[in-house]
Design a protein around this ligand. Sequence first.
Ligand SMILES: Cc1cc2nc3c(=O)[nH]c(=O)nc-3n(C[C@H](O)[C@H](O)[C@H](O)COP(=O)(O)OP(=O)(O)OC[C@H]3O[C@@H](n4cnc5c(N)ncnc54)[C@H](O)[C@@H]3O)c2cc1C
Length: 283
Amino acid sequence: MAQKTALIVYAHQSPGSFNAAVRDVAQQELAAQGFRVLVSDLYAANFRAESTQDDVIGGLKKPELFQYGEETMHAWMEGRLSDDIVAEQRKVEEAELVIFQFPLYWFSVPAIMKGWMDRVLTQGFAFSLEKIYNNGVFKEKKAMLSFTTGAMKSMFQPDGINGDINIALWPLQNGTLHFCGFQVLAPQIFWSPAHCPSSVRTTMLDGWRARVKGLLAERPLTFAPCELFDLSFQGGFLLLPKVREERESRPYGITTGHHLGKPLPPDNQVKAQQGSDPPDDRK
Ligand SMILES: Cc1cc2nc3c(=O)[nH]c(=O)nc-3n(C[C@H](O)[C@H](O)[C@H](O)COP(=O)(O)OP(=O)(O)OC[C@H]3O[C@@H](n4cnc5c(N)ncnc54)[C@H](O)[C@@H]3O)c2cc1C
């Protein structure tokens, strides 16, 4: 059987950091399972975060008005993307599992990792107008966020000072990973490792090691499939009226983002839901 490949996209400046320890655990555990593990160490590689004309080799299609998305889509089709982007795209192509390992910066990924997303996930390579979400390019692949926070867990509860972590995770998990088709596994969150005793950090790493053992068998998070929407420009890509009607009596919205003005389905972006797909709202 062909060897499976995992990619860890890693963003931390310090080899002594807790993020580095988390990355090492995943790398060791996946290798022990027979994976070939690729690591993109973004700071060590001095990965460029900015999306610029330098990402396109050769002439531009429309030099008078540079449009990054258009130009990189053409460059991808014609094999004219810069070498650093192509190298990362190869790794994504080969990987069945992609883990993004990072410290939470401003409720999101550090700029260098955002730059990886902006530059590597080009149109054509990672999505097209027809291939998005559950019909997306990477629908056979799994991806997940694994991150550390400064905040305690309670601060990211719906009644905590930072607000609901499910909302913070929606843009990355739905807007980026699932948009490109990835089946998104529940995030691994290491709450406030800098402010807890060493023994708690060790327990966190042990828990992660145990989780990685069964990672590929996990049920992904639930998102609203494209089939629930009118996928036409005239229809505005809106939820189909019959789906809206069917959901009228349900207590919760469909997902964190598709809340339909109702309470959010509990922990939609944090835990895989049991039951049918799309989420059955825990009736
Ligand atoms: C620009 C910016 C924006 C930020 N925005 C947010 C935000 O929006 N929300 C939020 O919650 N936080 C935010 N933070 C805080 C940030 O998320 C945390 O500082 C970060 O997640 C901590 O992770 P670390 O790996 O850097 O920890 P470290 O400080 O590297 O590690 C914590 C401790 O773990 C120890 N350690 C290392 N290896 C091991 C090991 N093998 N076993 C046991 N212990 C080990 C280290 O020695 C250290 O004592 C932000 C920080 C910055 C700089």
